[in-house]
Write a protein that binds this ligand. Structure first.
Ligand SMILES: [Mg+2]
Length: 391
């Protein structure tokens, strides 16, 4: 709970029918038609559908078979998730320019903390309109936006006038907006809680707000009762927080048969070092600590780590460190598992000015380009040609 009185300003941005809208943007023949993106195999579900499909009662998470029954004239496609991710990255780049703190909720929605940014805007409405316009201009896609003093209300607001919505909830209008809404709109109210509330004749947020605390506590427990009563009054203290970044990046492999040969173990370590290096560079990270994990055939497990003088993202340095740690263990028995992980991250920042560093960066950038085109197996050092398949 925060004691400060300062008003917060939180924006929730949610792309409208994201996957389906991208497909309709890219394929003229899909426009204006009921389009359903999702798994087409027997047990597939709908990921997203166009607004034209929603008119038939199709919605996301519905089994595909049911969607086909409801909307036989629909266009059904698997979708291209790698492509959607790229579009998402473009949108998140725009978000980053509109707020210092962005909390991604999924591939197509985020909270933006715009508290204290009033100097950059005529009004919150104008700021949201500008963001919506920019998303549309750069990606051809439509977003809905909600602005409110907290996350709960902002998310609720972005959903109220979808598609192409823009709703601002303030202290003044919040109760009149909240009260008529179904209790199902509250975070954490699933089917079970909803049915308990129904049994107490509580259907709207307004009814919930006026319910006696003791009665609610008896039915749902103190924790849930407090949670619901706070949200029903529009109170939510959760901070907009960027997602916790990974604390380590690693890769390990278990062998179908114990590894007996030292040279073989070192080859595996090279392959693992390449994976870890590639991932570090992909995230723009350098790691200060390299850890080796080794499990013997009898399940005895060792971890050894070393902290380097300078953080790295290079295969060769990761490999050398791992091999030295491995050699230090003087293993005499068969190895069941080997793993390398990297932690203690520094953002790698700009390419170093030192000549040797810059040369390395260029080499690895070239390798990574090929890997990105052909998959991680697209390029590998000659030593590894006979490495185990499962790597
Ligand atoms: Mg969305």
């Amino acid at each position: 709970m925060t004691s400060e009185k300062k008003e917060r300003l939180v924006m929730h941005v949610d792309m409208d029918a994201f996957f389906a809208s991208i497909e309709q943007r890219d394929h003229e023949e899909y426009r204006g038609k009921p389009l359903i993106v999702g798994g087409l195999s027997g047990r597939g579900v709908v990921s997203t559908c166009s607004y034209e499909a929603r008119k038939f009662g199709v919605h996301s998470a519905m089994p595909m078979v049911r969607a086909q029954r409801l909307c036989p004239q629909g266009i059904f496609i698997e979708g291209n998730y790698a492509h959607y991710k790229k579009v998402s990255a473009e949108i998140f780049k725009i978000f980053a320019r509109y707020a210092p703190v962005v909390e991604p909720l999924s591939i197509d929605e985020a909270f933006l903390d715009i508290t204290g940014m009033e100097l950059l805007m005529k009004s919150p409405r104008e700021y949201a309109e500008r963001l919506k316009r920019e998303i549309r201009a750069r990606t051809g896609l439509v977003a809905s936006v909600g602005i409110a003093p907290n996350k709960f209300l902002a998310k609720l607001a972005s959903d109220l006038e979808k598609p192409d919505g823009l709703v601002i909830i303030t202290k003044e209008n919040q109760q009149s907006i909240l009260d008529p809404l179904s209790v199902g709109r509250i975070w954490g109210v699933g089917k079970k809680t909803a049915s308990v509330l129904t049994s107490l004749h509580i259907r709207t947020i307004g009814q919930l707000r006026q319910t006696d605390r003791k009665k609610l506590t008896a039915a749902l427990g103190a924790h849930m009762a407090e949670h619901l009563l706070a949200l029903a009054q529009g109170i939510d203290h959760c901070a907009v927080a960027p997602r916790e970044p990974a604390k380590s990046i690693g890769k390990e492999v278990t062998f179908p048969e114990d590894l007996k040969d030292r040279a073989e173990a070192e080859k595996v370590l090279l392959a693992l070092a390449e994976k870890v290096g590639y991932r570090l560079r992909g995230h723009g990270l350098k790691a200060r600590t390299i850890q080796l994990k080794l499990r013997l055939g009898n399940f005895q497990t060792y971890t050894r780590s070393r902290t380097l003088g300078e953080a790295t993202c290079y295969d060769k340095e990761i490999y050398q460190t791992a091999v030295e740690l491995y050699q230090g263990l003087h293993v005499r028995q068969g190895i069941r598992l080997l793993g390398i992980s990297a932690s203690g991250f520094d953002a790698s920042g700009e390419i170093s000015l030192f000549h040797e560093e810059a040369r390395k960066e260029n080499l690895y950038a070239a390798i990574d380009k090929i890997k990105a085109r052909f998959g991680e197996k697209g390029i590998t050092k000659a030593q590894l040609i006979q490495r185990p398949d499962e790597l």
